[in-house]
Design a protein around this ligand. Structure first.
Ligand code: 5GP
Length: 230
């Protein structure tokens, strides 16, 4: 499975306004933030409120947390199986994050063939890999309002060991520096407002002229336009 078989626009297509983006394939929407930045909550909301949007379930070698279900939050796997998949070219991207492996499998992106857009909830390294391989992807960074808020959220979640919590907070300092690499930044100070912005970005990206030439062509021919020129 590859980007070609699933129809994602890939290659040296650096300009989002390039007409080559108009294939009718779905958009890959990359959402990153430090652990505890609240991206999971925002993504759940837009999946409920925005049509034709799917979520890519990642693969990971970390242990499931209480309440997590294999195949829903993640495909939980062993380091050996993860390495076998990686060697077999099954991942669009993969990275080591907070001492565990995480990856996005091509097989989870099939829905883009039917024109559905897909959200990838991945770390800043994974986001850089996706941008390099799929320049047409849309990238969004969720910024927590402050370091203290992030620490409070992560501590309240009580999902990590003290060592892992410390590691996640340490890594967060470097991760937030990467906000500049993203096309959009959303300050997650109030969930409703931030979710509204995320939905708004998806709506705007869908309306780009460059993604809608096939629609415009259909309409323009009803105006008598020469199909070879529109
Ligand atoms: P958590 O263990 O809290 O679920 O996730 C830890 C970090 O790994 C988060 O920043 C999350 O976005 C990131 N992550 C989850 N899935 C993937 C993936 O498929 N690829 C990459 N690169 N990062 C991921």
């Amino acid at each position: 499975m590859s980007s070609e078989t699933i129809g994602i626009n890939q290659g040296a297509n650096e300009h989002a306004d390039d007409p080559a983006n108009d294939s009718g394939a779905g958009i890959l929407i990359v959402v990153s933030s430090p652990s505890g930045g609240g991206k999971g909550t925002l993504i759940k909301r837009v999946l409920r409120t925005v049509d034709d949007l799917s979520y890519s379930v990642s693969w990971t070698t970390r242990e499931p947390r209480a309440g997590e279900i294999n195949g829903r939050e993640y495909h939980f796997t062993t380091p050996d199986e993860f390495e076998r998949m990686r060697a077999g070219g099954e991942f669009l991207e993969s990275a080591s994050v907070h001492n565990h492996l995480y990856g996005t499998a091509w097989s989870g992106l099939e829905a883009t063939k039917e024109g559905r857009d897909i959200i990838l909830e991945i770390d800043v390294q994974g986001a850089a890999s996706v941008r390099a391989r799929i320049p047409d992807a849309v990238s969004i960074f969720i910024l927590p309002p402050s370091f203290d808020t992030l620490r409070e959220r992560l501590t309240a979640r009580a999902s990590e060991t003290p060592d892992n919590l410390a590691l996640r907070l340490k890594n967060a300092r470097a991760e937030v520096e990467h906000y500049r690499d993203f096309q959009y930044v959303i300050l997650n100070d109030e969930v409703e407002r931030a979710a509204g912005k995320l939905a708004g970005i998806i709506t705007a990206e869908r309306a780009r002229a460059s993604r809608n030439a096939h629609v415009a062509r259909r309409v323009l021919t009803t105006f008598g336009a020469d199909n070879s020129k529109v």
